[in-house]
Design a protein around this ligand. Sequence first.
Ligand code: TEU
Length: 522
Amino acid sequence: MSETWWRGAAIYQVYLRSFADGNGDGVGDLAGLRARLPYLSDLGVGAIWLNPWYPSPMADGGYDVADYRDIEPSFGTLAEAEEFIAEAHALGIKTITDIVPNHGSDRQKWFLQALEAGPGSAERERFHFRAGRGENGELPPNDWKSIFGGPAWTRIADGEWYLHLFAPEQPDFNWDNPEVVEEFHDVLRFWFDRGVDGIRIDSAALLVKDMDSLGGEEAYTDLDGVHEIYRGWRRVAEEYDDRILIGEVWLPDQERFAQYLRPDEMHTAFNFDFLACTWEAVALRCSIDLTLATHIPLGAPPTWVLSNHDVTRPVTKYGRADTSFSHADRKHGMPSDPVLGERRARAAALLAMALPGGLYVYQGEELGLPEVEDIADELRQDPIWIRSGRTDHGRDGCRVPLPWSGDEPPFGFGAGPTWLPQPLEWKALTAEAQAANPTSMFTLYRTGLHLRRELLGDGTLTWLSGAQDEVLAFRRESGLVCVVNLGQEPVSLPEHESVLLASGPLEGNLLPSDTAVWLRTA
Ligand code: TEU
């Protein structure tokens, strides 16, 4: 692939614990992933992004990293990871790993050393340790709240408190300390040296803190100092050929977001504005235009994201009366119409695939898996569940192990019971069952991704004039026209030579409600 492979790539997100289990312990692993590489190659993806694969106590599904330079033993070994990278390359597939710089695990070497070394030590300067308030320091240094619920401070035996924006098992690093900066440069080089093509940067906007601030998100979200960090990372990436940085930057303000994509910072970032958008033509068109206006002047390719391991599965989300998404309101338990949800998710997939730039596909999205709502309370693993006082079900419902084949759990995932139970109804949704069905979600993704390689990807779009308010219609450079009908009534198709792909049956020359089509035009 060319130097700009990433500008238009379809990137498949692998949540390793739930992808495929090679050793039969009920947890996905590298052996399982390697065995399924032909599946991903056949699906037509250009790169794989793996969620954190490092040794971890799994207090937050691996986002509590205990060693940035090794592989979690239940996933495999460093040698297997290198073999995986080479095998993927042989199939023309790039590898993207996930680096978590905001915080480490409380079992990570530096944190253990800091606990040992005591107050005032250089070891504690790598984190945010403070004395408490109150007569005996019994109150936290300030009132900051954890993003997962509860206080953002935990007190240790000698009386000091440490900051954690997420779970207590995830102490935040002190990015004002040059040792932290150097350490992460070294970690980047460690993985680039092993052939990794890109780095997804976790919680990228949160690294710099204003400890004097009274609290609220503005105390640690998107402070100006964060950009210097990514300029340093970009310099490291440029010591190598063709390596990229991808930011997980959730910011409502597009101008602030765009700063991360300046030519000396990250190459791309996830488009969460599009992910969170309601299923409405005006809102989607607005989000698409805003995205293009943000990216094009910077020369950075937009990205299109419908789901990931932190959000409600699309078929469930789009089947609800309220199709928006926000972390503050996951809408667990809100009724969802599965037929409507699938219909819209299919149309959304063709829309996202046709837009200019990169595309992310989260594992199971191509199978149309729904959010699993009825996980027994005692099996829930997401720290959000406990920290919210058991009010927010958290993100386990989109992390259930994939169904591959057969009629009953574990549906070819591995040998034994899976770490989160799979619904019996997933019998109809296995990759095996869907591959044999020309109208399945899998077949739609597979066909769409292959056509996309040839006719879509990086570039720009032109909106077609004359389309009704409830219709999105645009042309790509290849002449492909994408039309999505978000209205209630069928609409006529624009002039075309042939229909390349449709998300559902057409009615003659009419495009039904909640349906998308790709047309070849002159
Ligand atoms: O997420 C960052 C983040 O702030 C949100 O996506 C978060 O998951 C959400 O607000 C919770 O309601 C990243 C990872 O994607 C997520 O899985 C990790 O839990 C988090 O960082 C901490 O590392």
